[in-house]
Design a protein around this ligand. Structure first.
Ligand code: DAH
Length: 342
């Protein structure tokens, strides 16, 4: 036991602490009631009676030494405490922003489109971005090798000429009509792909929203009325809309939809090509061949369809004159839409 006391004595002499944790470990080891010194005191009763007195004395010395050392360590730690200097931050300033993100303008338009058509009874349907020839072309009345296929510069999947990235959201029309019988009233927003050079007005990846309404007695007047209503809801009461006769294989008759240019207010700019009008999509009465391709009786049912561009819509609504801004992820651009909510 005497040897143990000697060792502890030496250990005590050399202890240094630099943190509160180390001080606490010291206390637990030497001072506390479960510490080594208390343990030795308890062992005293088993010691040789001749040595007990001497041992008790040395143990008491050790205990006092530990107490003194403890006080000494407390003091040294206090002296080590860093001098509190003036804070580097000005605590009186109001807190900074929370750094929340903002809604992307294309997402905002997407949601608004869903909302406007949703109130007219259109549900939302989705389809694949990698599509087969039937759904992207053939069922939509593009005959094989028909020049109309070249209207859309398609990205084909190299290994299989039957598979391509969809060039429009019209593929969803076919997918819906194959599975559901009229009345059908559906909206399909989505991403589309075309092999086009990127410029202020065009991109190889962009977004469209397609509407399709098939029922008995659906006429062109219904299409016009729906798009008039949509344009006013989306762009405001002052907007003008016009239909221009056009051609699409899947509609007959067909019309392109123009909106009065809200970027230059008709004065002429690069987006309206100085005409005062911007084309935002195509439309028409669903060609009877398309209905029949999907197993719908074209004698009984008629329908209208339209496909519009989300980027075009956003450009007009927010007066953006370069489509590339949507995908550049420039914080200064995106921040301007911070007030948009869903
Ligand atoms: N799919 C056509 C395109 O991307 C747009 C379009 C035109 C969709 C007429 C339609 C429609 O539903 O009826 O160029």
């Amino acid at each position: 036991m005497l040897d143990q006391v000697k060792d502890l004595h030496r250990e005590l002499e050399n202890v240094q602490v630099s943190t509160q944790e180390e001080l606490e470990s010291f206390r637990l080891r030497f001072i506390s009631r479960k510490g080594v010194i208390s343990e030795l005191f308890q062992g005293l009763k088993d010691a040789d009676p001749g040595e007990r007195k001497e041992l008790g004395r040395t143990l008491n010395q050790l205990k006092n030494q530990a107490q003194d050392k403890f006080q000494e360590l407390i003091k040294s730690l206090e002296q080590q405490a860093p001098v509190v200097s003036a804070p580097e931050v000005d605590l009186t300033l109001p807190p900074g922003g929370t750094g929340l993100g903002s809604v992307h303008p294309l997402s905002a338009i997407w949601e608004r489109v869903v909302e406007i058509f949703g109130r007219l009874g259109f549900n939302v349907s989705d389809g694949p971005e990698i599509e087969d020839d039937w759904h992207n072309f053939t069922a939509l009345n593009f005959p094989p090798n028909h020049p109309a296929r070249e209207m859309q510069d398609t990205f084909f999947i190299e290994k299989d000429p039957d598979i391509a990235l969809r060039t429009h959201t019209s593929n969803v029309q076919i997918r819906v009509m194959e599975h559901k019988k009229p009345p059908i009233r559906t909206l399909s927003p989505g991403r589309v792909f075309r092999n086009e050079a990127i410029s202020a007005r065009a991109h190889c990846i962009f977004h469209q929203y397609e509407i399709l309404y098939v029922d008995e007695n659906v006429g062109f007047k219904d299409l016009k009325q729906t798009l008039f209503h949509f344009a006013k809801e989306m762009f405001g009461k002052e907007v003008k809309i016009r239909f221009r006769p056009s051609y699409f294989p899947f509609t007959e008759p067909s019309a392109e939809i123009d909106i009065s240019c809200l970027i230059c207010k008709g004065e002429g700019c690069n987006i309206c090509k100085y005409t005062g009008w911007v084309e935002i999509g195509g439309s028409g009465m669903v060609d009877p061949n398309v209905l029949e391709n999907c197993g719908i009786d074209s004698q009984k049912y008629t329908g209208y369809a339209a496909g519009l561009g989300i980027e075009r819509t956003a450009m007009l609504k927010y007066q953006i004159n370069d489509l590339r801004l949507f995908t550049q992820n420039d914080i200064r651009f995106l921040k301007q839409f911070a007030s948009l909510g869903f």
